[in-house]
Design a protein around this ligand. Structure first.
Ligand code: SF4
Length: 268
């Protein structure tokens, strides 16, 4: 167990048609800034060195830059990334870089404004998201783009994959497990589209694909989000629930019962 995914908020300013993540949790207990840091310290003591901040949309968390800075100050934290829809990234990226963020994973299915609006319900944000991506790459931050495979994104897979030919960006193609069958685009179909436009695409494991013409890699994952393998990852919700395969059995614990309790859970 070496990765910890921390969900900061459950809300999002996009409304992707396939998203089941953003169910309002009003009235629920929310972990405080200090509690999140305390849980990170407890996890570091147990040897967990890789952290990811997610949502909903984590850029909506009011103290994100400060939180990044504080987590990165904890000795033993080797990696900290965020997964974001990229809204406001253009404005926030310099602060996040200065705070020590190591990596960023931007969820962007298509580079076309009209289709982007059809998928997310948002308009007039795509240029800003693209600027945020370029700024992340220019600051030498490890950058990935996550594309949800659907019939809406199928026409743009090659264009997005082409970004990995120009910049050292990893592109992750993910299927959402419970997407309605009318929208599904399978991995085999997506791979066929990509192989038509990228010469010499090869993989040893059927998940990571490389080509001499790419500076980054193409990856296939089973469901969003895809930064860590969930079988080897702990997940902390914004309401203080810890889930993960700590021992043989899946674990679900209310962290708000106390940091001592989480420390005990992590050592079990
Ligand atoms: S950007 Fe991500 S969290 Fe937000 S609605 Fe879309 S899939 Fe859900």
């Amino acid at each position: 167990m070496n990765a910890f995914r921390i969900k900061l908020v459950n809300n999002c300013n996009f409304a992707c048609f396939y998203c089941r993540e953003c169910i309002p949790d009003e009235g629920e207990y929310r972990l405080s800034f200090e509690e999140i840091l305390a849980v990170c310290r407890a996890a570091v003591e147990q040897g967990i060195s890789r952290y990811e901040l997610v949502g909903g949309e984590p850029l909506l968390y009011g103290r994100l830059t400060e939180l990044v800075s504080e987590i990165k100050k904890i000795p033993g934290v080797d990696w900290l990334s965020i997964t974001t829809n990229g809204f406001n990234l253009e404005k926030e990226i310099s602060g996040l870089v200065a705070a020590g963020l190591d990596g960023i994973n931007i969820h962007m299915d298509v580079p076309d404004a009209l289709t982007f609006k059809e998928i997310t319900g948002k308009e007039k944000v795509l240029n800003s998201i693209l600027s945020g991506i370029w700024l992340a790459v220019a600051s030498h931050m490890k950058t990935a783009i996550t594309v949800v495979l659907s019939n809406a994104s199928s026409d743009y897979l090659a264009v997005i994959a082409g970004l990995a030919g120009i910049y050292p960006i990893d592109i992750r193609f993910v299927n959402i497990a419970d997407m309605s069958s009318e929208y599904i685009l399978g991995k085999d179909e997506a791979l066929e589209i990509l192989q038509r436009s990228i010469k010499g695409l090869k993989s040893d494991d059927g998940l990571y694909y490389k080509s001499d013409s790419l500076k980054g890699s193409l990856q296939f994952d089973t469901q969003i989000p895809g930064a860590f393998d969930m079988s080897d990852c702990l997940m902390l919700s914004e309401t203080g629930i810890l889930r993960g395969n700590i021992s043989e059995n899946a674990l679900c614990i209310r962290v708000c019962r106390g940091i001592g309790f989480i420390r005990t859970a992590l050592t079990e």
